[in-house]
Design a protein around this ligand. Structure first.
Ligand code: ZN
Length: 219
């Protein structure tokens, strides 16, 4: 039997990492969200039978990061369409799991979910949770995870504290003027406190949460 035959007969679950290409302060790479989503997706496909890893979506909705060099975005509408069309094209699957690494994709995910639920598609949208609302972008949590995953891609000599106010206090200014309006270095949190050991723990916790949500959805 060829690999294509096996895929066709078993109707596996497709796991799609959803990343981004956006500024993550001066110290982290542009594909930070993609790397994290890919790592968690990879762990899921290693841990659960009948799962199949898709290539990650590398450029999504990052409009809130415009004004920072390097950021690329295809916007919420296009991201929504990508999520919907990937599911519709994967007719050989029993279901699709999107592992999302970028908070700015939430509106696209909500819109896609509405359409796919209406289509009666079997889809799980998953995003990591449990990070403090004072540490939401390129701060202690994300930098710790990257130190654990890909230390040579992190330049801690450039890490500097950003805006550490709770998200609720800055969200209106952010919606109006993007991250630029609330943080000149693009950071929301304090990456100088990051440590690889904390990153490993966070990855373990996220993987645990993902597996539990997957099992619940797939039961
Ligand atoms: Zn990020």
């Amino acid at each position: 039997m060829t690999q294509a035959d096996e895929v066709r007969l078993s109707r596996p679950v497709l796991v799609v990492p959803v990343g981004s290409w956006e500024q993550h302060g001066p110290h982290l790479p542009f594909d930070t969200d993609t790397r994290i989503a890919l790592e968690l997706s990879h762990r899921l496909t290693q841990a659960r039978a009948q799962t199949y890893l898709a290539p990650p979506l590398p450029i999504t909705a990052s409009g809130e990061h415009s004004g920072f060099s390097g950021t690329l975005s295809v916007g919420t509408e296009t991201t929504t369409s990508m999520l919907i069309e990937i599911v519709r094209s994967a007719t050989w699957c029993g279901g699709v799991v999107f592992v999302n690494g970028h908070g700015g994709n939430s509106p696209a995910i909500q819109a896609a979910k509405k359409v796919l639920d209406h289509d009666q598609q079997n889809v799980l949208f998953w995003s990591p949770s449990g990070v403090a609302d004072t540490d939401t972008h390129a701060g202690q949590a994300e930098t710790s995870v990257m130190l654990a995953l890909s230390p040579f891609e992190v330049d801690m000599t450039l890490a500097e504290v950003g805006n550490t106010q709770p998200l609720a206090h800055i969200i209106d200014d952010m919606r109006a003027g993007g991250i630029r309006a609330v943080s000149s270095n693009g950071v929301l949190g304090d990456p100088t406190r990051a440590a690889a050991s904390d990153g490993l723990k966070l990855l373990e916790q996220w993987a645990h949460d993902l597996f539990a949500d997957f099992d619940h959805w797939n039961s």
